[in-house]
Design a protein around this ligand. Structure first.
Ligand code: SIN
Length: 274
């Protein structure tokens, strides 16, 4: 099927759009270009009824860049770059329960992630997405000036070790990625500025004394949660979400225990933030 012209329904004027007329199993070059354009405009895209194979999901991701293996959570045996996202009655935790941009602790954090859910609870299990363009733009000029020259440490160690402790997984003393990134980054495609600190990985602002760094990060962690920067996605079986990690954060809600929520994520290599 040759799909000329995406049908795009924005979820809010700020973030998120549903793409209504695409079969992700059958994609041609011009449709992929349009999906890329829609992602740049809306930051996160949602697709329904996509009963696609792991191979199709990987092919979609690979069009946008190299697929990367998660630094802590093992992928599928046959497909190490495909990460199962799963929680059920026996789980001690669910993935992504705090505001974050995926693996921002990497020196070149992922540009995007594509998640397909095959099993969802009767209700609950929504994912919140927040626009970091909107978060930046809503700051006062004085705060923008202060943040513009600053860099922050994003350390994977504390969060990933806590995950391993919760699920009783021995990490055998392994090292996790840690990197310094600008607090305000410029998106490499749109040229727009976005706030780039998050609750999961950002531990301190390099140029500030600890007390000031703690105060600024505490303000920014609250700021990114403003409802007017957000949209909320209600999953159905075979829904797909594709988000741009360079200008969004997300938060998965684990309100459905003891029910099961299960799917697969591929993660696409990004660049060192500018
Ligand atoms: C994640 O990738 O952080 C998980 C998102 C989700 O489960 O909705």
């Amino acid at each position: 099927m040759n799909q000329q012209g995406l049908l795009i329904r924005p979820v809010t004027p700020v973030i998120g759009a549903e793409i209504l007329n695409v079969d992700l199993d059958v994609l041609d070059e011009s449709t992929l270009e349009e999906i890329h354009g829609a992602l740049m405009s809306h930051c996160v895209l949602f697709f329904r009824d996509q009963d696609i194979s792991i191979q199709s999901q990987k092919a979609l991701g690979a069009w946008f860049g190299e697929l990367v293996v998660h630094p802590n959570d093992p992928g599928l045996e046959e497909h190490p770059e495909v990460m199962p996202i799963h929680a059920d009655a026996n789980s001690e935790r669910a993935t992504g329960e705090r505001w974050h941009s995926d693996v921002s602790c990497d020196p070149a954090p992922p540009m995007g992630s594509i998640l397909r859910m095959h099993t969802v609870p009767e209700s609950g299990g929504d994912t919140l997405f927040s626009s970091m363009y909107a978060a930046y733009e809503a700051l006062s000029n004085e705060m923008k000036k202060l943040l513009m020259g600053l860099t922050a440490v994003h350390d994977g160690g504390p969060y990933y070790r806590e995950v391993n402790r919760l699920i009783g997984r021995d990490d055998k003393g392994r090292e996790y990625p840690s990197a310094e990134h600008p607090v305000i980054r410029t998106h490499p495609v749109t040229g727009r500025k976005a706030l780039f600190v998050n609750e999961m990985f950002t531990t301190r602002i390099v140029e500030l004394p600890k007390a000031e760094s703690d105060a600024v990060l505490s303000f920014l962690r609250k700021h990114v949660q403003r409802p007017d920067f957000q949209c909320r996605f209600r999953w159905k079986p075979n829904s797909v979400a594709f988000w741009d990690n360079r200008c969004t954060q997300h938060h998965a809600i684990w309100d459905y225990w003891p029910e099961t929520r299960s799917g697969y994520r591929v993660t696409i290599q990004g660049e060192s933030p500018a």
